[in-house]
Design a protein around this ligand. Structure first.
Ligand SMILES: O=P(O)(O)OC[C@H]1O[C@H](O[C@H]2O[C@H](CO)[C@@H](O)[C@H](O)[C@H]2O)[C@H](O)[C@@H](O)[C@@H]1O
Length: 274
C-alpha cells in the first residue's frame, strides 16, 4: 500500500472532528497506543524533567479500565514504566525492542540482544568523546542510546554529530535514528514502533474487526506507527516535526491529548453500557 503523507498543518483537528472519529469507532473498541515525550508530557530541557502529571495519569488509568492501552516509547522501558506508574498498561521501550505488560508479559521481539555489546561499547566511547561538549547528554536505554544536543550551543552541535558518525562508522551493528534535538544509535535491524504496535495487536488478540488501533505521537519515530496503521487504524500527530506525516488527525498539545483521551474513555463507557 502506498503511504499517504501530509504536512501537519493540513491535518484536521481530532478534537474538532470528534464526531467523524466516533463514527469510525462505532461498534468497535479502540486499542490505544501512546508515545511518551511530546505526547503525554511536554518536551522539556532534559529527559529526567519530563514528569507525567497527575491529571494525565488519572486519564490513562481511567482509559485502561475500559480498553487496552500501551505506551510505545523511545525511552528505556523500565524508565517509562517508572514515570507512568500504572500497572495495567503495556510498555514498549527502546523504540519497541523491549516490551512488558500486566501479568508478567515480557518480550524482546525485535531480536536486539545481539546488539548489546555494540551498544555498551558505543556508550563508553560517546561518553568519552562528548565529555567536553557542554550541554550534551548521553542517555543509555537498554536497546538504544540517545545523544541529546538540546542544550548544546549551535556552533558545537557539529561536534556532537561528528562523534556519533565516528562511532557509527566503526559499528555496523548500529544505525542512526533522529528525534527532537537528539541523535539516536539503535540496533541496525528492521524493527521499529510500527512493528511493535502490530506485534502487540497480534499478541493481545486484537486483530479482530471488533478492535481498531489508535496511535498518538509527536515525533519522527512515531511515523513508523502511523504508516503501519494507515488504512486500518487511526493516527494522530501531536504538534509537528520536521517531516511530512502519515497521521490522519492532529492535536495541538499534551493538554489536547488529555482532553481527547478523556472523551474517548467516556465514549467507550457509553458504548459498553449500550
Ligand atoms: O518515543 P518517545 O517516548 O517520544 O521518546 C523519544 C525521546 O524522548 C526523550 O527525548 C525527548 O524529550 C526530552 C524531554 O522532553 C527532551 O529533552 C529531548 O530533547 C527530546 O528529544 C528521551 O530522552 C529519549 O530517550 C527518547 O528517545
Amino acid at each position: 500500500m502506498m503511504i499517504q503523507k501530509h504536512e501537519a498543518h493540513e491535518l484536521p483537528s481530532a478534537l474538532e472532528k470528534l464526531h467523524e472519529l466516533k463514527t469510525q469507532l462505532q461498534g468497535k473498541t479502540p486499542a490505544v497506543f501512546l508515545d511518551y515525550d511530546g505526547c503525554l508530557t511536554p518536551i522539556v530541557k532534559r529527559p529526567e524533567m519530563a514528569v507525567l502529571s497527575d491529571y494525565m495519569r488519572a486519564a490513562l488509568q481511567d482509559l485502561a479500565s475500559v480498553t487496552k492501552v500501551a505506551v510505545v516509547s523511545g525511552r528505556d522501558r523500565q524508565n517509562v514504566e517508572q514515570l507512568v506508574k500504572l500497572d495495567n498498561l503495556y510498555f514498549a521501550g527502546s523504540h519497541g525492542f523491549d516490551i512488558s505488560g500486566p501479568d508478567g508479559m515480557a518480550s524482546e521481539p525485535g531480536g536486539a540482544k545481539a546488539a548489546l555489546p555494540a551498544l555498551d561499547k558505543a556508550e563508553i566511547i560517546l561518553q568519552e568523546k562528548l565529555r567536553h561538549v557542554a550541554g550534551s547528554q548521553v542517555e543509555r536505554k537498554r536497546y538504544a542510546i540517545a545523544v541529546h544536543f538540546r542544550n548544546v550551543p549551535d556552533e558545537q552541535v557539529e561536534n556532537v554529530r561528528n562523534a556519533v558518525n565516528e562511532v557509527l562508522d566503526a559499528m555496523p551493528a548500529l544505525k542512526i535514528g533522529h528525534g527532537k534535538k537528539i541523535y539516536e544509535l539503535k540496533p541496525n535491524l528492521d524493527w521499529h514502533k510500527g512493528k511493535a504496535v502490530l506485534w502487540l495487536m497480534e499478541e493481545l488478540g486484537l486483530n479482530d474487526s471488533q478492535y481498531i488501533p489508535l496511535y498518538i505521537g509527536d515525533d519522527i519515530t512515531d511515523e513508523d506507527a502511523f504508516a503501519a496503521l494507515q488504512g486500518h487504524g487511526i493516527g494522530i500527530l501531536v504538534g509537528e516535526h520536521d517531516d511530512k506525516t502519515a497521521a490522519t488527525y492532529q492535536l495541538e498539545s499534551v493538554e489536547e491529548v488529555r482532553v481527547f483521551l478523556e472523551d474517548l474513555t467516556a465514549t467507550i463507557k457509553k458504548q459498553n453500557n449500550g
